[in-house]
Design a protein around this ligand. Structure first.
Ligand code: NAG
Ligand code: NAG
Ligand code: NAG
Ligand code: ZN
Length: 505
C-alpha cells in the first residue's frame, strides 16, 4: 500500500517541485540576476545635490531596494550617512527616467530599421527608462492579440529598458468589439489610429466612425486612443509639386504638400467625437491623445477649447518641432522629413509658448527611423524619401539644449518627459522620484557639452540618419537605472538585457 502510494505520489511531487522551480526561476531570475545591473547591490543610496522630485529639486538621497524607491530624504536628514552602498553623483541631476510614449522599434519584420536590442540600448544611453512601442512600422502591425504576441516574443531577452505596447485601431477591427477587447485584454496600453494614410500598407487609416467605436471599447478599459491628426485635403501646391514645378530637393516643396489646414481639419473632425469622453458621455473613461502636434494656430486653439469644455484630451509635441524650423532645412536634407512637417520659426516659438504655458501636455520622440537608402540621400528627394525622424538617444539633451533659452526648468522636463507620459500610459509606479515608485532614474550633467559627430557612440541601428548628427548638445547622461538595475553607465550597458514587457491587466 505504502509502496503503491509512494509510486503514485513521488512522480507527482517531482513534477510539482520542478514546476515550482522553473516558475521560481522564471519570475525571480531577472531581478536577482547580477548581470542585469552594473551595480552589484539590491539596496543602495543615490546621492545628489540636484534630485528632481515632484515637489522641487532637493539635495539629498534616494534609497533603492528591490528595484523600488523606498525613501527620498533631504541632506539635513543624516540617516543615509551611516549606510554603505552609497553612489554619490555630486552636482549631477538625478531625475525620473524618461518615458517615451511614441517610439517605432520596428521589430519584428523591419529589424533592419531598428530593433528591440538597438532601440532599447539607445534609450538606456539617452536616459529613457520606458518606451511605449507604436503598433506600426514593424511587420506585421500590432492590430490583434496574435500580432501583439509576436511583438512580446520578439522583445524577450532583448530589452534593456521596460517596453509597453500600443495596439492599432484600424478599419478591420474598429467595428469588431471582440477583436478590440481581445487586443486590450492581451495587454496593449491603449490604441493608436491614423486619420490619413500611415505610409504602411497593413495599417490603414480610420475615419470618425471607427474612432467613435474605438473610444467606446476603450472606455471600459480606461485606456487612451492616440491619434495622428492630419487629413488629406486637396491643395493647389499638391498638383504643382507633382507637376514638377517645384524642386523636390527643396524642403518648401514638401512643406506645401502638408499645410497646417490638414492638422486643423483632422482635429475639427476628431473633436466632434472626443465630446463622448466627457463626464456623463457615452465613452466616459476613455481619453484622446493627439500625437506630435506641429500646427500652433487653428489646431492649438481648438485643442484648448475642447480641453476647457471637459473633453478628456491631451497633446504631445516632439523635440524636432522645437529644435528646427523650415527656414533652416537645407536642400536635400531628408533626415528632416516627418509628418506633420516641421514648420517655420514663428510656429516653433509658439510651440515653446504652448509647452511652457501647459497647453501642450508632454513630449515624445516619435523616433521613426528607417534604412539610409529609403532616406534617398543621393537624390535628396523630399517627396519620395521616408518620412520619420531618428532621435531616441538624444531627446533629453536636445530638449534641454534648445529649451534653455526659454528658461525651462528641471521640474518641467520631468513633467513633460516622465510624469505626464506615465499617466497617459497608465503607469502609476513610474515617472516620479517618490517613495514606492520604481527606481527608474537618469543621472545627467546639464552643463557638459558634446558633439554629435562620428566619434559619438550611438546605439541606434542606423545612426547616420539622425536629424541631430553634426549638432553640439548640452546634457550628458552618466547613468540610467531601470527598476534599480544600473543598465547604462558612461558608454557601457549591463551584460544582460533585463527590461520587461509592460502588459496592461
Ligand atoms: C471579429 O474578431 C474575431 C476575433 O479576431 C474574429 O474571430 C471574428 O471573425 C471577427 N468578426 C468579424 C465579423 O469580422
Ligand atoms: C467610415 O468607414 C466605414 C467603412 O469602414 C463606413 O461604414 C462609415 O460610414 C465611415 N464613416 C464616416 C464618418 O465616414
Ligand atoms: C574622431 O577621433 C579621432 C581620433 O581621436 C580624431 O582624429 C578625429 O578627428 C575625430 N573626428 C571628429 C569628427 O571629431
Ligand atoms: Zn510616429
Amino acid at each position: 500500500m505504502d509502496f503503491l502510494l509512494g509510486w503514485r505520489v513521488f512522480p507527482l511531487l517531482t513534477l510539482l517541485a520542478s514546476f515550482l522551480f522553473f516558475f521560481y526561476m522564471k519570475t525571480s531570475s531577472k531581478p536577482s540576476n547580477s548581470e542585469c545591473s552594473l551595480l552589484p547591490h539590491d539596496r543602495f543610496w543615490i546621492l545628489s545635490n540636484n534630485i528632481v522630485t515632484p515637489t522641487g529639486v532637493i539635495s539629498g538621497a534616494v534609497e533603492v531596494r528591490g528595484g523600488n524607491i523606498i525613501s527620498v530624504v533631504n541632506k539635513e536628514n543624516q540617516q543615509w550617512k551611516i549606510k554603505s552602498n552609497v553612489v554619490d553623483y555630486g552636482d549631477a541631476v538625478v531625475m525620473p527616467g524618461l518615458i517615451d510614449v511614441h517610439a517605432h522599434i520596428d521589430e519584428p519584420g523591419r529589424t533592419e530599421w531598428e530593433g528591440f536590442s538597438s532601440g532599447t540600448k539607445a534609450a538606456a544611453a539617452g536616459g529613457v527608462t520606458t518606451l511605449i512601442d507604436m503598433p506600426l512600422n514593424s511587420y506585421p502591425s500590432t492590430v490583434s492579440e496574435e500580432t501583439l504576441k509576436l511583438k512580446v516574443d520578439a522583445a524577450e531577452d532583448k530589452i534593456y529598458v521596460d517596453v509597453g505596447f500600443w495596439g492599432g485601431l484600424v478599419p478591420d477591427n474598429a467595428f469588431n468589439r471582440s477583436a478590440l477587447e481581445g487586443l486590450l485584454k492581451a495587454g496593449v496600453l491603449g490604441l493608436k489610429s491614423f486619420m490619413c494614410p500611415s505610409g504602411i500598407n497593413d495599417f490603414p487609416m480610420t475615419n470618425a466612425s471607427h474612432i467613435k467605436e474605438g473610444l467606446n471599447v476603450l472606455a471600459k478599459y480606461k485606456r487612451p486612443l492616440l491619434v495622428h491628426a492630419e487629413v488629406e485635403l486637396d491643395s493647389e501646391s499638391d498638383s504643382e509639386a507633382s507637376d514638377g514645378i517645384n524642386d523636390v530637393r527643396s524642403y518648401s516643396t514638401y512643406l506645401k504638400t502638408r499645410p497646417p489646414s490638414w492638422e486643423a481639419a483632422a482635429i475639427r473632425e476628431l473633436l466632434a467625437v472626443t465630446k463622448d469622453t466627457r463626464t456623463g458621455g457615452p465613452s466616459e473613461g476613455s481619453h484622446v491623445h493627439i500625437v506630435h502636434l506641429s500646427d500652433t494656430r487653428a489646431s492649438l486653439d481648438m485643442i484648448k477649447g475642447a480641453k476647457s469644455s471637459g473633453d478628456s484630451l491631451s497633446v504631445e509635441t516632439c523635440p524636432h518641432y522645437l529644435a528646427f524650423s523650415s527656414e533652416e532645412i537645407q536642400d536635400g536634407d531628408t533626415r528632416m522629413k516627418c509628418s506633420p512637417p516641421i514648420r517655420d520659426s514663428a510656429n516653433r516659438e509658439r510651440l515653446w509658448d504652448a509647452l511652457t504655458e501647459g497647453h501642450i501636455d508632454m513630449l515624445s520622440s516619435d523616433h521613426s527611423p528607417t534604412v539610409p537608402e529609403l532616406k534617398r540621400f543621393d537624390e535628396g528627394d523630399f517627396l519620395k524619401a521616408w518620412g520619420g525622424i531618428s532621435s531616441l538617444q538624444y531627446v533629453l539633451p536636445v530638449t534641454w539644449s534648445y529649451g534653455r533659452k526659454y528658461g525651462i526648468t528641471l521640474n518641467q522636463l520631468a513633467s513633460w518627459w516622465s510624469e505626464r507620459p506615465a499617466k497617459l500610459a497608465g503607469q502609476d509606479l513610474k515617472g516620479s522620484i517618490v517613495s514606492g515608485s520604481h527606481a527608474d532614474i537618469v543621472v545627467w550633467e546639464p552643463d557638459t557639452e558634446f558633439e554629435l559627430d562620428d566619434n559619438h557612440t550611438a546605439y541606434h541601428k542606423n545612426p547616420s540618419i539622425s536629424a541631430y548628427m553634426g549638432k553640439r548638445l548640452s546634457g550628458k547622461v552618466l547613468a540610467t537605472f531601470v527598476r534599480g538595475n544600473l543598465v547604462y553607465k558612461e558608454g557601457q550597458h549591463a551584460p544582460v538585457a533585463c527590461g520587461v514587457p509592460i502588459l496592461a491587466k
